[in-house]
Design a protein around this ligand. Structure first.
Ligand code: ADP
Ligand code: MG
Length: 612
């Protein structure tokens, strides 16, 4: 039998490797930006066209490359960053595996222009699908420019796998943020389809955070600082009020490298303890400096995971440091400093199993739920379309009656006819705990979940508006400027049309600011900023947990977020308006998110309750 094993040609090997390193345009952005940082650049420009599908360009004023290095840089395992195995334990650069450029060149058309600072003339190289097309001398600026065109041009399956431009752009922005955030000393710019998205001038870490995530954070950051032999910690946590319902602004960096680390994330959450409700996510931007010998970043091609040797010690130090900074601002008066300062810094003996912390997450938590403010200024909050009479819902009674397992459990023989003359607005409601409405009629007891009812009413109204294409919008006399973090801002841009359909007229302005010129006429009294933030949070949460189409997701998010909270008091007029509106709904029994709106107990069921 002939020998059958071949060595793969480099171009094929590179394509395979590319699958690991370059998953989408954003991965190329990350690699190129990290190379520019490694090259010691003080200015880095990112230029994107069509979500990176047409062009990704990174221009830096770093050290540049000689003609030979320029050529070499595209070879697999070509790196200037490590020379021998020991170097792996002292890594201070972002890259070191020497596979990024080889991978990118395998699946795109790449044009490199580069020049060393002390040379007059530079080099231009064009590579396409791992093939060198041209190499010439070129008059160019000191530093390096990589232009990546037609990513995945020769791997159509991967190209087709790319998501919408909006989604790919969000990934790119996220990678840009991760690099720009931890290098506030570097000047960055980001141009997207010829529009400037970011212009970041050198400054402090705090200034960079605010430049990237919005002015609303300015007075809400608490400094975290700690220096021990094991780790040095610098950075900021957001005051508890900045905690979000979805994982939002949470950034860990280790030796200037963005990492994901659930165990350390838990340390921060533990420090917040009961300052934030279970299941909500604190905001943080934390930089840990650790002796490179004590970490291993070489465990994953994209290098976003890091193993620490002293993980347990770092956990305690981090938690204590965050607690301390929360305490300093007298937000957490019960800190037990004696306990926290007696941290045991000796690392556990090698091989000691470390039990992962148990994280309890309550997916239904809504941080706005406890707000005491009375957002409902008038009964108009409950009004729906003009009244269509009360007959309509009755045809659904049978169906909704059948659906309720509560009723089923209590009585199987109840006839739907009992409800033929049932009208919500005919009852006289009492409030129970500012959460339920209770009404007694001749033959039974009705219990309504106020919020579920209101959600149903709002959902129906927004759905009708959105179907009509354009929601009722009231022009604002004083327009309002809202300011969002970059990822939220992109989401808002993505949803602009849908928001307009629901009555929010929003115009994007510079720097992730938005001007609201119109809003649905009977919004709650809450500031628009928090209404929209709450909606975005809920939207993102739905997107993660459920696969529902975006219009429905937005409708759900709006209904949920604008609905009345438990604990909020509403007057009789408002109750009546709510119940009237509910009776006009075609699905009064169920909230849009599937919760029961009401329960009905008839007299025989009530007597059942007292039978032992
Ligand atoms: P790595 O970063 O892991 O070394 P890459 O494939 O990303 O591998 O880059 C290969 C080499 O090309 C780098 O080690 C570096 O010497 C050189 N290089 C890449 N980008 C730049 C740049 N922007 N400026 C200067 N040199 C660069
Ligand atoms: Mg690199």
């Amino acid at each position: 039998m002939p020998d059958i094993i071949n060595l793969l040609p480099d171009s094929v090997a590179n394509q395979i490797a590319a699958g690991e390193v370059i998953q989408r345009p954003a991965s190329a952005v990350k690699e190129l930006m990290e190379n520019a940082v490694d090259a010691g650049a003080s200015e880095i420009k990112l230029i994107i066209k069509d979500a990176g599908k047409t062009l990704i360009q990174v221009i830096d004023n770093g050290c540049g490359m000689s003609p030979t290095d320029a050529r070499m840089s595209f070879e697999r395992h070509a790196t200037s960053k490590i020379r021998n195995p020991e170097d792996l334990f002292h890594i201070r650069t972002m890259g070191f595996r020497g596979e990024a450029l080889a991978s990118i060149a395998a699946i795109a058309q790449v044009e490199l222009k580069t020049k060393l600072h002390d040379k007059d003339i530079g080099t231009k190289i064009v590579v396409e699908g791992s093939r060198l097309i041209t190499q010439n001398e070129e008059v160019t600026n000191s530093g390096t420019s990589f232009a990546i065109r037609n990513l995945f041009f020769n791997t159509p399956a991967r190209r087709n796998f790319l998501k919408s431009d909006g989604q790919e752009n969000r990934h790119i922005t996220e990678e840009f943020i991760r690099v720009a955030l931890i290098h506030p000393e570097i000047h960055f710019s980001y141009t997207d389809n010829s529009q400037q998205k970011f212009l970041l001038t050198p400054g402090s870490f705090k200034q960079r955070i605010v430049a990237l995530f919005g002015k609303q954070l300015l007075n809400k950051l608490l400094a975290v600082e700690e220096s021990t032999t094991v780790v040095e910690i610098q950075g900021f946590v957001g005051k508890p009020e900045t905690a979000r319902k979805t994982r939002g602004e949470q950034y860990f960096f280790v030796n200037e490298r963005f990492i994901k680390h659930p165990y350390l994330n838990h340390a921060v959450i533990a420090a917040f303890d009961d300052l934030i409700p279970d299941g909500s996510f604190p905001t943080y931007f934390l930089h840990l400096k650790v002796d490179p010998e004590l970490i291993d970043v070489n465990i994953h091609p994209t290098k976003t995971e890091v193993n620490f040797r002293d993980e347990k010690a770092i956990y305690s130090i981090l938690r204590a440091a965050v607690k301390m900074s929360l305490g300093k601002f007298s937000l957490s008066p019960q800190i037990d400093f004696d306990v926290e300062t007696s941290i045991n810094l000796t690392p556990p003996p090698p091989g000691t199993p470390i039990r992962p912390p148990q994280v309890r997450v309550n997916p239904n938590y809504n941080p706005f739920e406890n707000e005491e403010d009375n957002r409902l200024s008038s009964a108009s909050n409950f009004q729906t379309r003009p009244s269509q009479g009360f007959e309509k819902p009755q045809q659904n009674w049978e169906q909704l009656f059948e659906k309720s397992d509560f009723e089923k459990s209590l009585s199987d023989e109840l006839s739907p006819a009992t409800f033929s003359s049932f009208k919500f607005e005919d009852f006289k409601y009492e409030s129970l705990n500012n959460e339920y409405l209770v009404a007694v009629s001749g033959n039974g007891l009705l219990i309504v979940d106020r919020r579920a009812a209101h959600e149903r009413v709002l959902y129906d109204r927004f759905a009708a508006m959105s179907e009509a294409g354009r929601g009722a919008s009231q022009r604002k006399i004083f327009t309002e400027i809202l300011s969002f973090s970059a990822p939220d801002a992109e989401l808002v841009v993505d949803l602009l049309d849908d928001l307009l359909a629901m009555g929010f007229e929003i115009i994007p302005r510079e720097n992730n600011d938005f001007e609201v010129v119109g809003a649905p006429p009977d919004l709650a009294d809450e500031p628009l900023q928090s209404i929209i933030e709450g909606m975005l949070d809920f939207y993102k949460l739905n997107k993660m947990e459920l696969r529902i189409d975006r219009r429905r997701n937005l409708l759900l998010s709006m209904a949920r977020n604008l609905s009345i909270r438990p604990g909020q008091s509403i007057n009789n007029e408002e109750v009546q308006a709510l119940m009237q509106a509910l009776s006009e709904s075609s699905v009064p029994s169920e909230s849009p998110s599937g919760k029961k709106v009401f329960r009905w107990l008839n007299s025989s069921e009530i007597s059942q309750l007292f039978k032992s």
